[in-house]
Design a protein. Sequence first.
Length: 294
Amino acid sequence: MNPVDRQRRHALGEFLRMARSRVDPATAGFQVGRRRTPGLRREEVAQLANVSATWYTWLEQGRDIQPSEHVLVALAKALRLKKSERDYVFGLGRRSAPAIAALSPHAPGGEATTPELETALDDLIAAMWIPTYITDRRWNILSYNRAADAVFGISGLGERNMMRLLFTHPRAQTFLLDWADSARRLVCQFRAMYSLASHDQEFLDLVAELCAASPDFDRWWHEYQVETNPSTRHRFRHPVAGELTLDSVPLRSFSDSDFFLATYVPVGATTRETLTRLLSWDRVIPEQYDRTAS
């Protein structure tokens, strides 16, 4: 088993272990009694999924076994997984590294988008008050419209990776209000991306880098929480315009490619009016952002 497949199987095993620890044995039909650890025992999960306890133990241990779709469905039911978690388990459990690579070609280091995505972004520029950008699966910002630059100051940032900005940029916690709550939710969404990128060594290197650089990222990443909420609300403290409340909404998700389109829709009339005023300026002044870091 190659190192990438080994890490993917380890991630699947760790997630299953975490998921069974959350299930109340009583609601699953088992006597509670005295238990050394919370949640279901391995043999109880195996019983519910109609597999052998030994086989399920091997799965949690990351052994080189290939669960069928039927078994993954049974495990998802036994562990009471929500949709985002089921998708995560299926992504890790049913795809070998070559199969994933065929579905999601390697991105060119965040250097280019497809013509179709460029056209989509050009069309969205007409709606100047809606910040919009395109990322790859590693959350590198590949392209953005003027509204996104006005809000986030992208053109003035040397770094274009969203997770690095969120966890290592000095102004992140002053710019993003409720930083801990928002950052943790974004890590859960980034964890969901892992099922598409588990063969991608650059993605894995980025995760290792962030774990080393940020104790918060390291802790939240190893909670194995998965979320694909289509809309996430964030509050920002803009260095010039003041507080902005925006809903992050993916207009289109390219599940079998490297590119993802996201918009930030203003919440309420006040934020909408503020964005309109911000975009009425002749130009954006990205250097304003770095003044909030000190």
